[in-house]
Design a protein. Structure first.
Length: 168
């Protein structure tokens, strides 16, 4: 008879705590609470505390607006850099060229509107650049929604192929 050793019990793996995520959450959660408390004063707190919380909340929101504007500027610069690199690879670069031309045409149109060159009239109460941006945004959102739909259908197909269990 062959001796088969008994299987050794496997110790459960300890999950490592992501210290960076804990520190960031420890910073973000109190700031979010301060901003939310600044929206509506609490009747339980003294008026001075409510005023201080409101001022802190306004300062945080202003800081977030500045950080958001910087993030948008960095995103636009990143978009320009990536598309300029892609333009060199024709014919695939044609899409990058269309993206750059569209972005710059909308920016130029918006600058002309802000300078007073294309004022809104009674016929067109909404600025043409905003209408153009809305049309482009709807097209991009529709394309992304279609991609999301196919991704979800494919994920459901794979899930059903593997079989249904508690974890799935």
């Amino acid at each position: 008879m062959i001796d088969v050793p008994e299987p050794q019990p496997v110790a459960p793996r300890r999950r490592r705590v992501n210290l960076r995520a804990v520190v960031l959450a420890g910073i973000a959660i109190p700031l979010i609470v301060v901003v939310l408390l600044g929206l509506e004063p609490l009747p339980l707190l003294p008026a001075e505390v409510n005023v201080a919380i409101g001022q802190m909340s306004q300062s945080l929101v202003q800081l977030l607006v500045v950080v958001g504007a910087i993030a948008v500027a960095i995103g636009i610069l990143n978009l320009i850099g990536a598309q300029v690199r892609n333009v060199r690879r024709l014919p695939r670069g044609l899409y990058a060229l269309v993206t750059l031309v569209t972005m710059f045409s909308i920016l130029v149109l918006r600058v002309i509107e802000r300078a007073g060159g294309l004022g809104s009239s009674e016929e067109f109460p909404i600025a043409p650049s905003l209408t153009l941006m809305d049309a482009l945004q709807v097209a991009v959102e529709s394309a992304l929604a279609g991609l999301l739909f196919f991704f979800l259908v494919y994920a459901a197909y794979r899930l059903m192929r593997r079989g249904v269990n508690v974890w799935n």
